[in-house]
Design a protein around this ligand. Sequence first.
Ligand code: ADP
Ligand code: NI
Length: 218
Amino acid sequence: MNSEQQLTKISEYSHDHMTQDRTGHGFDHIRRVVAMARKLSTTENANQLVTLAAAYLHDVIDDKLVADPQQAVTELSDFLAEIGVSQPQTEQILFIIQNMSFAHTLDGQAVKLPLEGQIVQDADWLDAIGAIGITRAIYFGGHHSEKIYDPRISPRESMTRAEYRNLDNETIINHFYEKLLKIKDKLNTPSARQIAENRQQHMLDFLAEFKAEWNAEK
Ligand code: ADP
Ligand code: NI
């Protein structure tokens, strides 16, 4: 199997494992992350197969989406071996997808990712900001019965991983201050930072408009 055929199989595998998700991690998210990773990798000298495979697979072993992550890792390694992805490449892909999530950057748990991982992480984070990011936050917040906004509840200054997952008293608007507005400065590659500028401005404009309307100022 050549690498294009391998990627088709990997895409199908990801699709089979992601289509059920209704928390903003559906296959549409995967498609956007793959497209952005492809775009970012053209300006960097990254291995295409590892980058795109990790982009397709970055959510299939997530502990908040699968009941048994260890089992998911085993199943995934077997699948990659079956389609002829080499052992070292499989290890790189697994290392990236096990260490790239935003939650991993809390608690000082961040590990240095290889270039391919930095690109996929940037692509994943870019999908959490801008117009898409606004939509996903509202979608996620609605799914988890968060309040839209409550000016009496202050955004949490900094969070551990456990606190990030604790949604008591969380509001959709506070999520912007706790996570989304901070993403811009966490990005790895210059090209992603460039793309984030415009997306950041859209979020700031949205928040300003939202608060003005909330307070009947407009
Ligand atoms: P990741 O898998 O990148 O760590 P998450 O599962 O934390 O991402 O988040 C998935 C999407 O839902 C992102 O767009 C994120 O901004 C949004 N989201 C996460 N937590 C909240 C929250 N408490 N309120 C609103 N949106 C959220
Ligand atoms: Ni993702």
